[in-house]
Structures are given as C-alpha cells and as structure tokens.
Design a protein around this ligand. Structure first.
Ligand SMILES: [Fe+2]
Ligand SMILES: [Fe+2]
Length: 186
C-alpha cells in the first residue's frame, strides 16, 4: 500500500464527504443553468460514498464494536431507504415536475443517516480501531471509490455484492458518463 493512499483515515475521508454531500444538496437546489451539473455531481458522490461505506466501514464496525451488528444493520436499512428516494429523484431529474420536493425528501433522509453514522459509528470506530488500521481502511475506501459505480440505481445493498460489483460496474458507468458528457457538449 503506498504512503499517499494511506495519508487520511477512513473516518476523515467519509466525514469530509458528508460535508461535500451537504453542500451538494444545497447546490443542486439552486435554480439556473448549473443545476443539472450540480445534481449529477451529487448523484455520483453519493453513489461512491455509500458503496465504500457498505463495502468496508460497516463490516468493520460490525466486527469490532460491541453493538456493531445492530448498528451496521440499522445503517444498512437507512441506506436502503435513502436509495429508494434517490432512485425516485434520479428518475424525476432536475427538470422534472416535483424535483425540489423529491430533492428535499432525499436530503433529509441522507443527512439524518450521515449524522447518525458520525455520532454512533465513526466516533466508536475511532475509539476501537488503531490509527494505522483506520488509515489502511482509508486506502481501501479510496480504491473502492475509484472503481465504484457512479449511479444510485446500480448500488447494491450488501458488502459482498458491493465488493464484487464495484470493479465490474464502475468502469461501465464511467464510460457511459463520459459518452453522455460528450453528447451534451455537442
Ligand atoms: Fe452511509
Ligand atoms: Fe456516510
């Protein structure tokens, strides 16, 4: 594992992403020509963020924390519910009727979930896991995110499937995103 990859621990990376997600929801609600791009960036960020948590962080929490199994099960259930709202939002799209309402619903679910992760899971992981191990986990999070699928409808809601699906679906989604951007530009 290279030193650069192990520079930040998993809790730092994911907490920073929660702040980016919060700003992303704000930007995706702003009117104007930048809305679609802000919306697409938010969808990609949410997809890679949740994929890494499901593949690496919740499984470690389940193993090392005293009430880890119950905690991880609750987080996975919340993620599943948030995904349903995000898929509905994705289908509506930033130009669709009811976009702001659906965006608001998804925002509330995602941010409440993120706050619970920080309060119940991340804080306990910090206490229970060594700094070195958390940095290793950070490297795994980064690697997963480099390959993770970029669309919420492709999220797979369990650890094994995420680990298997990420390398397979990631490049495919990314190639399609590039194609779509090329089409939008013409
Ligand atoms: Fe999560
Ligand atoms: Fe999270």
């Amino acid at each position: 594992m290279t030193l650069a990859l192990m520079k930040h621990d998993a809790v730092d990376i994911l907490t920073r992403q929660h702040a980016q997600i919060r700003r992303g929801f704000y930007r995706a609600a702003l009117p104007g020509p930048g809305r679609r791009r802000a919306f697409e960036r938010l969808m990609r960020l949410l997809a890679v963020h949740e994929a890494a948590e499901e593949a690496h962080v919740h499984p470690v929490a389940r193993r090392v924390l005293a009430s880890g199994a119950a905690l991880a099960a609750r987080r996975r259930q919340e993620e599943k519910e948030a995904k349903k709202l995000l898929v509905a939002l994705l289908h509506t799209g930033p130009d669709g009727k009811g976009y702001l309402r659906r965006l608001g619903e998804a925002r509330r679910a995602v941010l409440a979930h993120a706050a619970r992760e920080e309060r119940e899971e991340f804080a306990a992981l910090r206490r229970a896991v060594s700094g070195r191990r958390l940095r290793l986990l950070g490297a795994e999070v980064r690697l997963t995110q480099a390959y993770a699928p970029t669309r919420p409808h492709r999220w797979v809601n369990n650890e094994v499937a995420n680990k298997l699906a990420a390398p397979l679906l990631g490049p495919f989604d990314r190639a399609r995103d590039m194609l779509q951007h090329a089409v939008h530009r013409t």
